[in-house]
Design a protein around this ligand. Structure first.
Ligand code: SF4
Length: 462
């Protein structure tokens, strides 16, 4: 079946605007400090009392990096001093013990993801130590039953480390590459040797990682259509299972490291659009399926199968096949989702220590979803993941009349339908092949908070 998305430059130009990535709805902009650790405890208790409690997904945030990438918009701590990690590990283990004690022991962990920062800033003994603590405090089945993923900076690993990570139990690995071009790498201060990266990917394959991902970024300084075409060729040659291509949003007033990127070195909006078109066409021609929101995967990948079955989900780590997990996110800045609420941990290690020293879960803000939020979250998830909304089913489940409930969005949705981005029928809304690249813009029609004119806090859709 031909499921290739269609790149329509004119429509992309027309609908390109600032918008959220919808890894959550409502987005973190709506979190408030009215919500604190006592609310979190209450929600965890409710979640344990569900007749069928959801399985658990764990996220561990390691905030350290040993060099700064100038494009970075993440929360991280840059240091060459490896000794800084040990006190943080002790705090993280304390949070793991405290969190583990809150959840009913029969709730299985089905997914563990390590992100950062740079998780491989830690050495293998330190990673092993944290995992042993997780196993002591949570109900973790044998490694092959758990999606066990880690984000890796290729500069921090060699063949032996890849082998060690596999032996520790990781079965999914994501390499942060961004671009193979040396000029681009110099301009963003992330210089890495192509042959080394390719070798590490081969090492991961030899170690039977179930899924290997490469992260790329377009819109970086000195990128041209020609240079990025070569980067895509090298990526395709490396044969990863998944490829994520993120749009670089240049917001130097918000992210200090980006002030070291010269604006005149950035590709023009037109060139960026051409690069995006090249990505879509080249990866699809190479057999990758466009999942949505910057993500591609091989036809045989679980994400593609889940999308075909209408069961794909989206969370803070991107797309996931794990539907109804409660996500416990640990470490500084980490965002949890328990039932119908989100909560975020404090941002600095000092604050983190202060909460944990008082035996408090380090949550400083969050949001409890109202029924309207849950309804809209369901719609946005369906559209972002499965390109389809079963209006009839939605109306039955929620006891609403779709047209009446979303009356204020109907005109814009109809315009999108007239432009060929979606089909709007009485019982179904489906995104067309042309609309797939603008799914975010379609979802924005269902985002109540965007009415409050906060859209300029987000990056552009494309
Ligand atoms: S992009 Fe990743 S590795 Fe680079 S500074 Fe940011 S968090 Fe660290």
């Amino acid at each position: 079946m031909d499921n290739k998305v269609v790149f329509n430059k004119e429509l992309i130009r027309r609908y390109d605007t600032f918008g959220p990535r919808y890894t959550s709805y409502p987005t973190a902009v709506q979190f408030t400090t009215d919500y604190d650790d006592s609310d979190y405890l209450r929600w965890v208790k409710h979640s344990n009392e569900d007749p069928i409690p959801a399985p658990l997904s764990l996220y561990l945030h390691i905030p350290f990096c040993d060099t700064i990438c100038y494009y970075c918009g993440c929360s991280k701590l840059v240091t060459k001093d490896k000794s800084k990690a040990e006190p943080y590990i002790q705090l993280l283990k304390k949070e793991i013990r405290m969190q583990g004690a809150l959840f009913a022991r029969d709730r299985e962990v089905t997914q563990i993801h390590w992100g950062g920062g740079t998780p491989t800033f830690l050495n293998d003994e330190q990673i092993y130590d944290i995992i042993a603590c997780i196993r002591e405090n949570f109900n973790v089945p044998s490694s092959d039953k758990v999606e066990f993923g880690i984000e890796v900076d290729p500069r921090t690993v060699d063949q032996q480390r890849i082998k060690n990570l596999a032996n520790i139990g990781f079965n999914r690995i994501s390499f942060g590459v961004q671009d193979f071009d040396q000029d681009v790498q110099q301009a963003v201060n992330r210089v890495q040797i192509t042959e080394d990266i390719k070798q590490r990917i081969d090492d991961a394959r030899t170690q039977h990682f179930q899924s290997i991902n490469i992260d790329l970024m377009y819109g970086l300084p000195h990128q041209t259509l020609e240079s990025f075409s070569k980067t895509l060729d090298t990526t395709i040659e490396s044969n990863p299972d998944r490829i994520a291509i993120y749009n670089y949003a240049h917001l130097p007033e918000m992210f200090k490291p980006q002030r070291r990127i010269k604006e005149e070195d950035l590709p023009s909006p037109e060139e960026k659009l051409n690069i995006l078109q090249l990505c879509i066409e080249k990866l699809q021609d190479a057999g990758y399926v466009y999942i949505g929101m910057d993500h591609f995967a091989k036809e045989s990948d679980d994400l593609v199968k889940a999308q075909q079955h209408g069961s794909l989900h989206r969370n803070f780590q991107g797309y996931s096949t794990n539907a109804d997990c409660d996500m416990i996110a640990m470490g500084v800045t980490a965002i949890s989702r328990i039932g119908d609420n989100y909560s975020q941990n404090v941002r600095t290690i000092d604050e983190y220590k202060s909460y944990l020293d008082q035996d408090r879960i380090p949550v400083f803000r969050g949001i409890e979803l109202e029924a309207d939020d849950v309804l809209r979250r369901e719609i946005i998830n369906d559209l972002m993941c499965n390109n389809n909304l079963d209006i009839e089913k939605l109306e039955r489940r929620w006891g609403i009349k779709f047209k009446a409930y979303f009356e204020s969005s109907l005109e814009d949705l109809q315009q999108m339908a007239d432009d060929g981005l979606l089909n709007l029928e009485k019982t179904r809304l489906s995104i067309t092949k042309t609309g797939r690249l603008l799914a975010r813009s379609i979802c924005m029609q269902f985002d109540r908070y965007l009415q409050e004119k906060q859209s300029n806090r987000f990056s552009r859709v494309i």
